[in-house]
Design a protein around this ligand. Structure first.
Ligand SMILES: Nc1ncnc2c1ncn2[C@@H]1O[C@H](COP(=O)(O)OP(=O)(O)OP(=O)(O)O)[C@@H](O)[C@H]1O
Length: 244
């Protein structure tokens, strides 16, 4: 079966400095994929190349069978993106922002149902900039889902959410996954990754240093807890130094 996202030997440098180097990724329909790595590891660069907003120096990207560079318009209709800083007008209300977002797409879901699912229906008339951090975060997930996408990119999904809200978001995403939504997640929370991701890639200085399941990541490390294993992967050099 054709992968929903296929990245082969992707490399991208800025002024001769490598940000992403020879990365391979393959994500099937309905899979949740987690991209992990420290600040500056190359996650955003890789995502931008996958979305076609940046051009890689080498390698290929196929998303929903298309080349993102040449099919930006078709992909826009079928791919949802949630990022931490979305631009919106100063006084716009939740309902208006949903309306504006909906109008950008040919097909869309009922945003009232999404707001309800993410516990925001009572905020319909509230100005977006009067929402709490966690409410805003959930609103941006809703906006990413408005186009009824086949693939969704979620960056720092539950940053700033209280424990109950995190669980609720995980539950909603699991339901969407069960319906066939492919989810590309960037997360710094290992409990979240463990809970949601079928497969992960750990980037370190632009290189993929681990690719596989969370269970495989733990098994190939000296640790039993995933967070310990993750830190071991990302800090290996320092640990080697410490042993000397
Ligand atoms: N437009 C740019 N011009 C020059 N260098 C850049 C540019 N964008 C990113 N970089 C560099 O490329 C490297 C990877 O950055 P990138 O933003 O992809 O990392 P990241 O993993 O998304 O980080 P974070 O978790 O902090 O968002 C960093 O060293 C960064 O300084």
């Amino acid at each position: 079966m054709e992968a929903t996202i296929e990245v082969t030997q992707l490399s991208k440098s800025y002024a001769g400095v490598a940000a992403v180097e020879n990365v391979d990724i393959s994500i099937g329909r309905g899979e949740v994929f987690g991209l992990l790595g420290a600040n500056g590891a190359g996650k955003s660069t890789l995502i931008e190349c996958i979305l076609g907003t940046k051009r890689q120096d080498q390698g290929t990207v196929t998303i929903l069978g298309m080349n993102p560079q040449t099919n930006r318009k078709s992909l826009f209709e079928r791919v949802g993106v949630q990022f931490q800083e979305s631009g919106y007008q100063d006084k716009i209300t939740v309902g208006e922002l949903c309306e504006v977002t909906q109008s950008l797409y040919r097909n869309s879901l009922d945003y009232n149902a999404l707001l309800k699912q993410f516990g925001l229906l009572d905020k319909l008339k509230s100005p977006v900039n009067e929402l709490s951090g966690g409410q805003k975060q959930r609103l941006f997930i809703v906006l990413a889902l408005v186009p009824d996408p086949e693939v969704v990119f979620l960056d720092e999904l539950t940053t700033g959410l209280d424990p109950k809200a995190r669980r609720d978001v995980w539950k909603s995403l699991s339901e969407l996954k069960a319906k066939g939504l492919t989810i590309f997640l960037v997360s710094h929370f290992m409990d979240e990754v463990e809970m949601l991701c079928d497969k992960i890639c750990i980037l370190k200085q632009g290189r993929s240093i681990f690719y596989g399941t969370v269970q495989e990541a733990i098994a190939a490390s000296p640790y039993e807890k995933f967070e310990d294993a993750y830190l071991w992967y990302t800090n290996e050099e320092e640990q080697d130094d410490a042993r000397i």
